[in-house]
Design a protein around this ligand. Structure first.
Ligand SMILES: [Fe+2]
Ligand SMILES: [Fe+2]
Length: 361
């Protein structure tokens, strides 16, 4: 599949561009309490549950490219559950309500949708960032690496257009942060840019090693996750995880480069296998070099900051989120920015021509 076939512009499907366009779809991000919906969504999660009175009900997560919303069906739930599997597309009729500060679809009816009627890519969440701009940042960082060996390795990895395509498309996670198409590229560019600042701050840092490791640190996610029908762990992801997949991948690429110095390979591979920081967080090794320590903390910083922002942006509460989130505590929702009255007024221009008529001498 080529980039042109991928619609990364993140426009809601059917957004009216002309009078003949189909009606705008009921996108998850636009849902408001009281709204009626009859729309197709990906059933990204499906669970049968039972009320305290013993009545079965169906709890779903409904997704499109703009987000995911909870759905609940109280009546004839077992019958409806037999119509589809998790990961199928379904047409849902119901009404939007609000539960614990979030939107919820109270479902009246579910109809299965044939796979031939949908393009699965339209239902996966996608970055709102400009993909070509992100690729430009990635290229900029690669070209800033002056070490001949690390640069050869980066060129070798990303000159494979099929790999670049998958790297560009991959999410960075199944939940919590960057769990959408393009998320891996976005996270990689962010980590690398932050590492660039840190490397400038501390002259003892091997900048070329840090930048190379930042670009490559999560590359194993390309194979750790599936992102065709739904975003979920692949078999390789369950067996090995992205840290191991990435280390094997990079080892093989290094082996294909003649004369790649062993010490540089060891230093780079160490940053990759230690980037989760602690053994209980999935790191085979804890960081033992300055560069590995930086990668670990910056990676964690970017994941936590983005995770925080995704939680508060998805919350409908005015001031605080609930505690069902990555941090397991209520989070304060920041104001949009400084209010105008908080800002120091701009310095008045010296040029009398630029002043208002009443200010000219
Ligand atoms: Fe990672
Ligand atoms: Fe990461």
């Amino acid at each position: 599949m080529t980039r042109d076939q991928l619609d990364f512009d993140n426009q809601p499907q059917g957004s009216p561009a002309s009078g003949s366009s189909p009606p705008r779809r009921a996108a998850v991000e636009d849902m408001e309490p009281g709204q009626q919906v009859q729309e197709t969504y990906l059933a990204s999660s499906k669970e049968m549950r039972t009320t305290k009175q013993g009545k079965p009900f169906l709890k779903l997560k409904l997704s499109d490219r703009t987000g995911t919303v909870d759905g609940v069906l109280w009546d004839d739930a077992e019958e409806a559950a037999r119509l589809f599997e998790q990961g199928d597309h379904i047409q849902v009729s119901g009404q939007i309500s609000e539960y614990a500060g979030s939107a919820q679809v109270k479902i009246n009816n579910i109809q299965p949708v044939s796979p031939t009627q949908v393009d699965p890519h339209d239902f996966l969440p996608s970055t709102y960032r400009d993909i070509e701009e992100l690729q430009g940042y990635l290229r900029f960082h690669m070209e800033s690496v002056h070490d001949r060996d690390y640069r050869r390795l980066l060129d070798h990895v990303f000159s494979d257009s099929e790999f670049l395509e998958r790297f560009t498309r991959a999410p960075a996670a199944t939940r919590y942060h960057h769990a959408y198409l393009g998320g891996l590229l976005e996270h990689t560019v962010s980590v690398t840019s932050l590492c660039d600042h840190v490397a400038q701050q501390y002259p003892r840092v091997n900048r070329d090693l840090v930048i190379t490791a930042a670009i490559l640190h999560d590359l194993g996610k390309v194979d750790e996750l599936n992102y065709e029908q739904a975003i979920e762990y692949s078999d390789a992801g369950k067996f090995l995880g992205h840290v191991t997949i990435g280390a094997i991948f990079i080892s093989e690429k290094i082996s294909a480069i003649s004369g790649f110095p062993k010490e540089k390979a060891d230093q780079l591979l160490h940053t990759l296998v230690s980037h989760h920081g602690e053994l209980e967080w999935g790191s085979p090794k804890r960081p033992k070099t300055l560069e590995a320590l930086i990668i670990h903390h910056i990676d964690n910083l970017d994941a936590k900051v983005k995770g925080f922002l995704e939680i508060v942006e998805g919350s409908r509460n005015a001031e605080w989120t609930d505690l069902r989130n990555l941090f397991r505590r209520p989070l304060h929702i920041p104001r949009a920015a400084h209010q105008e009255e908080d800002l120091i007024p701009p310095v008045r221009p010296e040029d009398p021509e630029e002043r208002g008529p009443e200010e000219r001498g």
